[in-house]
Write a protein that binds this ligand. Structure first.
Ligand SMILES: NC(=O)c1ccc[n+]([C@@H]2O[C@H](COP(=O)([O-])OP(=O)(O)OC[C@H]3O[C@@H](n4cnc5c(N)ncnc54)[C@H](O)[C@@H]3O)[C@@H](O)[C@H]2O)c1
Length: 444
């Protein structure tokens, strides 16, 4: 099938590339000329495991191409996918300005039998709006469909190639069949293809992200309770997770969720609820708990160092909002870095992939380190924000030698508290008792 992918960001590039890999002819379109020029030269603008090889292979085969020429791409395509950003507006609602301008721009170039498919996460009713808008511009009905995306950054290719399910929102069986054909190569092990109304499909995406965010905020609140009451969230997690009604997934305490999806989608769903006269009590609480949770390491630094933080060298491991991505949008690390700088500390940062993105925000205010161990040189403390594999099993003896102060603030519970004391560290983690060695200063 000939496919135009409008918007070559995270989702557009991954989706377009995977469709090309299954034999379709895909042209990815973007208004960002530098991005398109880079892609044409084989340079991938984001870090995503496996993506680079896949893009290069499909571009070489001629099935995947990149352009800024929207008219040419749309007029050659049977499927016109919309994958532009839908960022949060000031009031938390989804900003649809990019999507709306794309709908107007594609209209005159749509072929008679084209299907316009929305991949972007859009509020309920957007597909209906697209249908009516195209009818108003063209004076005829155009097939439209919703096809929300559930991939995870860091495992995007795997998720797309082997989806738990594919959801489409359609107005006709014929459109459902076309999309089923498109997805058939990815559904070979009996993975479900779920066809529903566009409204239900649009809502499904928000409800999925809202529930996942709720689980994170829930376990974080329980972790904070454990700390106050002397429990250990790890034990509690095990205690509840074996209950088959509960399970273990997405119940890891930490420094809060970030990224380009959960924060904005929770707020957008709350905004939609308000628009329909419903008070979104759970969504508001999930968002509030998360905003507070991002400060959890800040509070631990304050109670450990107080005013002594001024001038301290603080190693920071992990800047991306999660491992295996260079995405720092709404990353908890930003909250910690802002605090450290504002209190006059000197952050020495390391991340396997996200350093360049962080440099664009903080410039010369931070010390950027090539290796994780380099960040520890002379450091008075270490803070961990992202659970990159490389941080899971470090050489603690070397860490101790390199560091000036032997205290770790672990926002991802990577280590066993008792073992950290054996290694000679005072160890703060999330929802577990403080593990301290006597040489370290305690709360001031
Ligand atoms: N990133 C994720 O993990 C993820 C997962 C599922 C769904 N989504 C949703 O997918 C959508 C896209 O997200 P993303 O992370 O890929 O965003 P992104 O910001 O990485 O990419 C959006 C792209 O659209 C381009 N664009 C903007 N206006 C355009 C126009 N008029 N014409 C052509 N291109 C234009 C931008 O230049 C950019 O390259 C959003 O609605 C998001 O909520 C994202």
């Amino acid at each position: 099938m000939k496919i135009a992918m409008i918007g070559t960001g995270y989702v557009g590039l991954v989706t377009g590339t995977c469709f090309a890999d299954s034999g379709n002819d895909v042209v990815c379109v973007d208004i960002d000329e530098a991005k398109i020029a880079a892609l044409r030269n084989g340079k991938i603008p984001i870090y995503e495991p496996g993506l680079s090889e896949l893009v290069l292979r499909n571009a070489e085969s001629g099935r995947l191409s990149f352009t800024t020429d929207l008219a040419e791409a749309v007029s050659a395509s049977k499927l016109v996918y919309l994958a532009v950003g839908t960022p949060p507006a000031d009031d938390g609602s989804a900003d649809l300005s990019a999507l709306r301008s794309v709908v107007d721009a594609i209209a005159p170039h749509l072929r008679e039998n084209a299907i316009v498919v929305t991949k972007s996460t859009v509020p309920v009713g957007t597909n209906q709006w697209i249908f009516e808008r195209l009818r108003a511009i063209l004076g005829r009905d155009v097939d439209v469909a919703s096809n929300p995306e559930f991939l995870k950054e860091g495992a995007a290719i795997e998720d797309f190639m082997k989806p738990d399910r594919v959801v489409v929102g359609v107005r006709s069986e014929k459109v459902a069949q076309t999309l089923h054909e498109l997805y058939r190569p990815f559904l070979r092990t009996d993975r479900p293809f779920l066809s529903m109304s566009p409204q239900s499909a649009e809502l499904t995406k928000y409800v999925a992200n809202a529930l996942l965010s709720t689980k994170i905020s829930f376990i974080n609140e329980m972790a904070n309770l454990c700390e106050r009451m002397g429990g250990d969230i790890n034990d509690v997690r095990r205690g509840i997770g074996h209950d088959q009604r509960i399970g273990f997934a997405f119940l890891f305490p930490g420094v809060g969720y970030g990224g380009s999806c959960f924060p904005k989608d929770v707020r957008a769903l709350a905004s939609m609820a308000r628009d329909h006269g419903l008070e979104p009590r759970i969504m508001d609480a999930v968002d509030l708990v998360n905003r507070e949770q991002k400060k959890v390491l800040v509070e631990k630094f304050e109670s450990h160092f107080g005013d002594e933080i001024v001038g301290k060298r603080i190693a920071v491991w992990g800047l991306a909002f999660k491992p295996r991505t260079d995405d720092i949008r709404e990353a908890p690390a930003l909250t910690l870095l802002d605090y450290l700088l504002q209190r006059g500390a000197v952050p020495q940062v390391h991340d396997p992939e996200a350093t360049e993105n962080i440099r664009q925000i903080y410039g010369s205010q931070l010390i950027y380190c090539e290796g994780a161990m380099d960040a520890l040189n002379g450091a008075d403390a270490l803070a961990i924000n992202t659970e990159w594999k490389a941080y899971h099993n470090p050489d603690f003896a070397e860490m101790r030698t390199r560091m000036n102060g032997h205290v770790i603030f672990d926002g991802r519970n990577l280590y066993e508290p008792a073992r950290m004391v054996e290694h000679g560290f005072t160890y703060h983690s999330i929802g577990r008792p403080l593990a301290s060695v006597s040489e370290e200063p305690q709360a001031v």
